[in-house]
Structure formats: C-alpha cells, structure tokens
Write a protein that binds this ligand. Structure first.
Ligand code: P6P
Length: 299
C-alpha cells in the first residue's frame, strides 16, 4: 500500500528548477545555483518564524534571552541569512535589501552575474500576532559583474529575469517564476524539501475580491475612490465584491493569485508615490502576476 500513502515521484523545487535550466542548453546553471541558495534561506527563515513565538524571537532587537545573548529581531535575522546565502552562492554581484540602507557589493573574488533585490521579511509588523509574512525577491542580470554600479541595479521591471516569494503561514509556500509561468511549492518539514503543490498557477479571469486598506479612503484620489465605490455598490446589477485585506503583501497577493480579484495600494495624499517599494515589492509581484496571466499597473 506504500503507493497509496507516499507519492514516489516527487517534483521538488530543485528538480523543477533543473528542468527549467535544461530548457536553456547554453545555461551554465548559475541561476539554478542561485535559486538553491534562496531556497535554503527560505527554509531557515521558515524554521525561525515557526519557533519565533516560543523563542521570544518576536521581541524587539536589544532584548537578551536566557543565555544573555542579544536577541535578533526576525527581520534582522532573516536579512543576515539571505545576505549570507546569496553571497556564498558565488552567483551574485550586488544585493538590495529592504533591511539595508545601502546596496551590498559582493567581494569581487566571490562575484557572479546576478543582482537580487529582496525584502527578507515583508509584513514583519504582523509577526507578533501570527499573521502570515513573507520573503519577496526579484533577480536581474548584470552586464559586467566586475564594474557593476548602483545605476545598473535600477533596472526596469520588464528586465527582471526571475521573481518569487515565500509565505510563512499555516504552511510554508514558495511561489516562483523564471519567466516560463508560475509554480507553487509547499515545504514538507519532514523532508526539508519544497514539493510542487500548485503547478502552473493562473489567476482566475474574474475575481469577486478587492483588497485595499480602506482606512486610507479619505486620502484617495477620485479615480481610486470611484473604483472602490463600484466594488461596493456595483451599478451593473452584479453583487458587491468582498473585501479581504491582511496587510501583509505576500498573503494578500498569494490569495489574489489563487482566488482572483485585485490587490491595490493606491498612491494617496499621505503617500503620493504609493507606499509599496518598487524594487522588492512591486516589480517582483508584478512579474509574478503577469506570468500568471494577470496584470499590474500604476492606475
Ligand atoms: P498598510 C507591510 O509593511 C507592507 O509593506 C506590505 O506587506 C503591506 O501590503 C503594506 O505594507 C500594508 O500597508 O498601510 O495597509 O498597513
């Protein structure tokens, strides 16, 4: 009966990425190695997030634990893990992290051809109440890794070559695209492997959910206010949409990808250029949304 209980032909994220690599015969496997290091970082953060409540990791930095060790906030810890994993992959030359004021230029001896922009733990204000949080990353190619400058990091989103997020919630789900569709993988803690659970994700063509922080309504511009009004009071006889807003972008986008609908963080009087960060929130999530048959735009 083993066949009934255990799938014996598991599609792991490693196997999937290798399959993708074989679609590019000229590839030397650099992206495969880079992604394997990102996956390692996600496994580590998943483990730390799961223990957070117990190990009081959710406290503010500066507290000390029973061993008198300096407590690291989860997002500080996550950032260190990803920076170390990305540098040690030997496939990156510059890193842009939400946690670091300046870009990290990798030691020239350890450089590779990729730039990774990432938010190691987005939505971290939700950690203490157990709401899903996540890592978001976007990957660019750098023309000359030895002479890379900050200007080369500021590439348009359309030049991104891969993007993904890892959501740490009731389960740990990694959603990834390398430009050939979007696939979702769930961490099997007993194996320590991400197993493909959501092959070829496509956003439903119609959605009944809108996701926005209504608390900002007083600051919205007229077009935004009119759109949201239409979600609540449709004029075409359709039923009103449901509002779902978690306040953690990875969770709100993941639900939108799977269930359909719209997620919006409109610019308003308080945040004239919007609140979401372009490099490691907007571009990676837009890349995934478009690869899943959706759209992303600035309104
Ligand atoms: P607000 C979290 O801090 C974040 O960057 C995103 O994860 C989330 O979508 C947004 O901010 C929530 O912002 O203003 O609605 O709390």
């Amino acid at each position: 009966h083993a066949a009934d209980t255990f799938r014996t032909d598991l599609m792991t994220i490693t196997r999937h990425v290798l399959n993708e690599q074989s679609r590019h015969p000229e590839s030397r496997g650099d992206l495969t190695i880079l992604l394997s290091h990102i996956v390692l970082g996600c496994k580590f953060v998943a483990s730390a997030v799961n223990k957070a409540g117990l190990a009081k990791l959710t406290g503010l930095a500066g507290e000390t634990n029973v061993q008198g060790e300096e407590q690291k906030k989860l997002d500080v810890l996550s950032n260190e893990v990803f920076v170390n994993a990305l540098v040690s992959s030997g496939r990156t030359c510059v890193l842009v992290s939400e946690e670091d004021e300046k870009a990290t230029f990798v030691d020239p001896k350890l450089r590779g051809k990729y730039c990774v922009c990432f938010d190691p733990l987005d939505g971290s204000s939700n950690i203490d109440c157990g709401v899903s949080i996540g890592t978001i990353f976007g990957i660019y190619m750098i023309k000359n890794q030895d002479t890379v400058t900050l200007e080369e990091v500021l590439q348009p989103g359309k030049d991104m070559i891969a993007a993904g997020y890892c959501m740490y919630g009731s389960s740990c789900t990694l959603v990834l695209s390398t430009g050939n569709g979007v696939n979702g993988f769930t961490l099997d803690p007993s194996l320590g492997e991400f197993i493909m659970t959501h092959p070829d994700i496509k956003i439903p063509p119609k959605g009944k959910i809108y996701s926005v922080n209504e608390g900002n309504a007083k600051n919205w511009d007229t077009p935004t206010a009119k759109y949201v009004e239409k979600c609540k009071y449709p004029t075409d006889g359709s039923s009103p949409k449901s509002l779902r807003y978690i306040g953690s972008m990875v969770a709100d986008v993941h639900r939108t990808l799977l269930y359909g609908g719209i997620f919006l963080y409109p610019a308003d009087k308080k945040s004239p250029s919007g609140k979401l960060r372009v490099m490691y929130e907007v571009f990676p999530m837009s890349f995934l949304m478009e690869e899943a048959g959706g759209q992303s735009f600035t309104g």
